[in-house]
Design a protein around this ligand. Structure first.
Ligand code: 2AL
Length: 250
């Protein structure tokens, strides 16, 4: 019997990546959890910088709004920049967890220092900003990039996956890190095998976030509605933003 419905939002519009993310989430979800994997109706096919993130954040807010109306219990933002995280929390009553924060939190429970392996070098600064924002700077040994675009993880050749593997092996040797965090939603299906091969925890944020949202819901906890994460002050939004207006007060 399904007791929990968790919406996993891929903030980019790649259907292949949305499927990879959904499959990884379902692999770890408890028997009573239904995973709904979704992506925005419009936006960017991959998120590789600040501009892409701003557009991806709008897609996240659209999907959180639709998910709330459909009565989902919790949301996961499945892009390593956690785009739109705090804004999404304003819209949601249940928990909203980003894959970067989920993976970083979990890594600190398993090791004193972790390294991150991400996609393009230009996304490294996004990870660094999050490390500072979340208070994990002291825990992170290094942030590495495989220097391949996000969608190379979905091209079917396995080349990008091989680069991730090589970079993780190098990171373990060079950084002497106790754990590795995978820095892209499209790497979600690689963690288990790499953990086994490297002999240290390799953490994928999608699976980490599923277990965290399940834990929060299991404890009967949702996003605080006291203070800054309360629902946004109602005001009439226009144009493409009209979707955020409360249909019950229209
Ligand atoms: C990401 C991610 O997780 N999904 C996406 O489109 N871009 N971030 C990244 N650093 O590659």
């Amino acid at each position: 019997m399904t007791t929990l419905r968790i919406q996993v939002i891929n903030p980019n519009t790649s259907l292949a990546m949305t499927q990879t993310i959904g499959e990884a989430a379902r692999m770890v979800a408890s028997a009573g959890t239904e995973i709904l994997s979704v992506c925005p109706s419009h936006g960017v096919p991959s998120i590789e910088g600040h501009f892409d993130e701003a557009i991806g954040a709008m897609g996240v807010l659209e999907q959180v709004t639709l998910g709330e109306r459909a009565g989902v219990d919790g949301h996961i933002i499945a892009c390593f920049g956690d785009p739109g995280l705090l804004a999404a929390r304003e819209l949601a009553t249940g928990p909203v967890v980003g894959i970067a924060e989920a993976a970083m939190h979990m890594a600190t429970l398993l090791a004193t220092r972790f390294s991150i392996v991400t996609t393009l070098p230009r996304t490294v600064i996004i990870a660094r900003h999050l490390l500072r924002q979340y208070g994990f700077e002291q825990h992170c040994q290094a942030v590495h990039a495989i220097d391949l675009p996000v969608l190379s993880l979905e091209d079917g050749t396995g080349f990008a996956q091989q680069k991730v593997r090589e970079r993780c092996i190098q990171a373990k040797a060079q950084d002497n890190c106790g754990a590795i965090v995978l820095g892209c939603g499209g790497m979600a299906n690689l963690a288990r095998e790499l953990s086994h091969e490297l002999g240290i925890p390799v953490i994928d944020g999608v699976s980490a976030a599923v277990k965290m949202v399940e834990a929060l819901l299991g404890l009967g906890l949702g996003t605080s509605k006291h203070g800054d994460l309360a629902k946004p002050n109602p005001k009439p939004l226009t144009g493409p933003y009209a979707i955020f207006n409360d249909p019950s007060v229209m």
